[in-house]
Write a protein that binds this ligand. Sequence first.
Ligand SMILES: C[S@@+](CC[C@H](N)C(=O)[O-])C[C@H]1O[C@@H](n2cnc3c(N)ncnc32)[C@H](O)[C@@H]1O
Length: 200
Amino acid sequence: MSKPYDPKDFYYRKAKKEGLRARSAFKIEEIAERFHLLRKGMAVLDLGAAPGGWLQVMGEQIGPTGVVVGVDLVPIASIGKSWVKTAVLDIRAPDFAQQLSVLHPSGRFDLVTSDMAPKTSGIKDVDEARSLELSSLALETARKTLAPGGHFVCKVFMGSGFDEYLKTVKAAFARTKVVRPEATRERSFEHYVVALELKR
Ligand SMILES: C[S@@+](CC[C@H](N)C(=O)[O-])C[C@H]1O[C@@H](n2cnc3c(N)ncnc32)[C@H](O)[C@@H]1O
C-alpha cells in the first residue's frame, strides 16, 4: 500500500532546517552532483525559479565569479547574493528573448534549467498540453542561449507528447538521460530530462 500524502514530509522538513526555500532544492542538488553540472564561474539560466530553492543551491556552488539568472511569473525575493539576478518574466511572452538579453547582455549560458510547472486545471489532457508547452519553450530557449557543449535540465511530465519531446532533445544534445530524483513526491508524474553537451 502506498504511503498517505504528507505535504510536510522528510524533504520539506530538511529544507526548513537547512534554510532552503523549497524542497525542490534537493532535486537540483542531486542531479547536479550526479552529472557534475555545476562549477565556479559558470553562467546559468533558471526558468520557473520561484520561490528560489534552485537559485540558492546553484548560487552557492557557482560563486561570485559566475552568474545565475532566475525568472518566473511571480517575483522572487532576493537570495542575498549579488551574482544571482532575478526578474518577473513569462516564457510565453513574445518579447521573452529580448527581455532576457537585457538581464544577461552576453546572451550565453553554460547551463539552462527549468522547473517550470503550469497551474493545474485537474483536466489531464489540458494539464499535459500546458506542461509540454512549457518544456518545449524551455528547450527552445536552451537551444538559442546555450554555448556549444552547454547542458540542459528540464522538468517534464510523462504523458502524451513526451516521446516526441525526448526525440527532439536527443537530436540536439550528445547525451540525454531521464531521471527521477529522490526528493520527487511519490505520487508525482514528474521526471527530469538531463541533456548534456549541446551539439554545434
Ligand atoms: C515548482 S515551481 C519552481 C520551484 C523552484 N525550482 C524552486 O526551487 O524554488 C514552478 C514555477 O514555474 C513557474 N512558471 C509557470 N509558468 C511559467 C511561465 N510561463 N514562465 C515563467 N515561469 C513559469 C511558476 O510560477 C512556479 O513558480
